[in-house]
Design a protein around this ligand. Structure first.
Ligand SMILES: Nc1ncnc2c1ncn2[C@@H]1O[C@H](COP(=O)(O)OP(=O)(O)OP(=O)(O)O)[C@@H](O)[C@H]1O
Ligand SMILES: [Mg+2]
Length: 232
């Protein structure tokens, strides 16, 4: 594992101070959840609510704070993480990821990479597929989560939206808790309620809700406010 390959992020913008600060507070609240909370799914009801943004930010911030972290890209249907961050191997080799590992085409250690952030490793998804249900049901999937939780202090799982597919429930059933991203002023209340019920059914505790992409008067969107400590 120590000759692990490394990736760089070609696109890695500096965030506005207020946003950085809100994410830092989220990071502190997550650290208050205690030692039993290691595997955290970041989920939302609908697409585009900021799951990938929140999971990547939390993962980076936790690592900067000195915790060992892994980010698992579990959106195998429509992940854009590799493209939108321009993730490349520093040795120029072929990038392997989640679907390669789960289908047995790569070992865990071939699909996990160090990054320029100390303590922050990543397992991206490189090739999207139409139906990952079988892969999510596989023993390799469970092994990956188990092994990750042994090796890292935090395992952040970037999930696809709950919506009509069961991926999120499956992922949640194996995690210690979920952070629900909600798009401020956009996601209807009934849909948020359904998502909370879906999480409850899968036995995944709701750790908190991030009210994300809230429009402010002067600027576009911000993680302006978040609510934590929301338990069943
Ligand atoms: N708090 C934020 N501040 C600024 N930009 C944000 C914020 N949250 C999300 N975005 C932007 O909004 C867009 C959607 O975010 P993101 O891709 O993280 O959503 P998602 O929930 O992962 O979407 P999908 O369901 O497609 O996976 C991206 O362009 C992202 O950079
Ligand atoms: Mg996403």
């Amino acid at each position: 594992m120590d000759e692990m390959n490394k990736v760089t992020f070609g696109i890695d913008p500096v965030l506005p101070y207020a946003l950085e600060e809100a994410l830092n507070r989220l990071r502190i609240n997550v650290s208050f959840l205690g030692n039993e909370t290691k595997k955290i799914m970041i989920i939302s009801s609908e697409p585009n609510e900021g799951k990938s943004f929140v999971s990547m930010s939390l993962w980076k911030q936790m690592a900067k704070a000195g915790e060992s972290c892994i980010l698992l890209d579990m959106d195998m249907r429509k992940s854009t993480m590799v493209k939108s961050n321009d993730i490349r191997r520093t040795d120029g080799g072929e990038l392997l990821g989640m679907t390669h590992y789960l289908s047995g085409d790569a070992e865990f250690s071939d699909a996990v990479y160090h990054t320029e952030y100390d303590g922050a490793d990543i397992l991206p998804n490189v090739d999207n597929i139409a139906n990952p249900s079988m892969l999510l049901e596989s023993s390799r999937f469970e092994e990956m989560l188990k092994y990750s939780a042994e090796k890292y202090r935090y395992v952040f799982c970037d999930a696809p939206p709950l919506g009509l597919v069961s991926d999120g429930e499956r992922i949640g059933s194996l995690c210690d808790g979920a952070i629900l991203c909600v798009r401020g002023g956009v996601t209807p209340k009934g849909i948020i309620r359904n998502s909370m019920q879906q999480l409850q059914r899968s036995g995944c505790p709701l750790l908190g809700i991030v009210l994300n992409r809230v429009d402010t008067a002067q600027s576009g969107y911000y993680t302006k406010y978040y609510k934590d400590g929301y338990y069943y």
